[in-house]
Design a protein around this ligand. Structure first.
Ligand SMILES: [Fe+2]
Length: 350
């Protein structure tokens, strides 16, 4: 029986982006008919060409290394234990590897392994995932891996085991997890990348040691991981939330902390996930911590998060101007936010 998707796939037009140089794509796929369909799709992208179509791992490796295509689309079955993905990503680091799994065969851990081995996309190959395939071919990177929405649900179901077994704190898995969250929270788009960058810039001004601490990076990256447990109709509601819906949304810090608990992160990481919605005046959530009771990194992140949320477009509203958002942050100096951190933030912007 076909597994029901946990998260609905976003529907939208297939991206057509004109690049100056044609994107070169290698397709490594056992099934000739699927390879042909993929080739047609790649041609449909516009300004992209299939430079090789192979059906064995050996040929994929040899030709992949020789041609160093921009993108290699690889049938997961051709890469047992991720051998092909690992070898190709080591020897041809410029090639973005997109792995296609077969949903009916149920290979969630294979997809997790592929991402940990150097793939930047892990998606299911069926027509429902075309949008993800196009996204993976066009815009994936090690920083922004593309995980099919349906695969994201399965990945999440298995990632805790994967992490607690042998890949604790593996950067690739953490990035994949963060990408899974972002794939679901369609309103946030590039939020994660922007907010992490901004929070790190503030953190550098405040405490350079903390800004370099990777536990802090994990916390920034995974701050909203708990949103994975917030129902879709609340998370992506095209309008303001009701009181009841807000009470569900407000569970995401605790939910996030519970989700990542088995990984054994430090208090610094957990403090950001759990306390990034606390307020300086003690009226935030989940614990109503006040002032310096709130971890420094969480206080710093809160300012960056609020600024990015206010200036971002949402499906139901335009983003605020920088000036308006900065004015609100100034108004909240000593209310929502640590006054010293607001001063640091303003120093970056004014
Ligand atoms: Fe949050």
């Amino acid at each position: 029986m076909r597994r029901q998707p946990i998260f609905p796939s976003p529907r939208g037009p297939i991206l057509r982006i004109d690049l100056e140089k044609p994107l070169t794509v290698m397709i490594a796929e056992r099934h000739r008919t699927i390879a042909q369909s993929l080739s047609s799709l790649v041609r449909e992208l516009g300004n992209a060409e299939v430079v090789a179509e192979v059906n064995t791992a050996a040929a994929a490796l040899e030709i992949g290394q020789a041609l160093a295509p921009d993108v290699a689309i690889i049938d997961l079955e051709l890469s047992p234990n991720c051998s092909l993905v690992s070898l190709l990503s080591d020897t041809s680091p410029e090639t973005r590897i997109v792995v296609l799994g077969d949903r009916d065969r149920g290979t969630p851990l294979g997809l997790v392994d592929a991402l940990a081995s150097g793939a930047v996309g892990a998606i299911y190959r069926d027509e429902m995932s075309l949008h993800d395939l196009v996204r993976a071919v066009r815009s994936s990177s090690p920083e922004r891996p593309v995980v099919a929405d349906e695969a994201a649900g399965v990945l999440l179901g298995s990632y805790v085991d994967a992490l607690s077994e042998k890949r604790r704190r593996d950067h690739s898995i953490i990035r994949a997890l963060a990408a899974a969250v972002e794939a679901r929270d369609s309103g946030t788009g590039q939020h994660l990348h922007r907010v992490t960058d901004l929070a790190l810039r503030c953190m550098t001004e405040i405490d350079e040691g903390l800004a370099r601490n990777e536990e802090i990076h994990y916390g920034f990256t995974l701050h909203d991981v708990g949103k994975i447990g917030v129902p879709d109709d609340i998370l992506n509601k095209p309008g303001p939330l009701s009181v009841d819906e807000w009470s569900v949304m407000r569970t995401h810090p605790q939910l996030g902390a519970r989700i990542v608990e088995p990984i054994g992160f430090s208090g610094a990481t957990m403090g950001i996930i759990l306390h990034h919605h606390e307020r300086w005046d003690g009226t935030g959530y989940p614990n109503g911590l006040k002032g310096v009771e709130i971890p420094l990194a969480a206080r710093t992140f809160a300012v960056a998060d609020a600024y990015d949320a206010m200036t971002s477009e949402r499906p139901y509203r335009a983003g605020m101007t920088d000036d308006d958002a900065i004015r609100i942050i100034m108004d909240e100096r000593g209310n929502a936010f640590d006054p010293d951190i607001v001063d640091v933030f303003l120093g970056l912007y004014l």
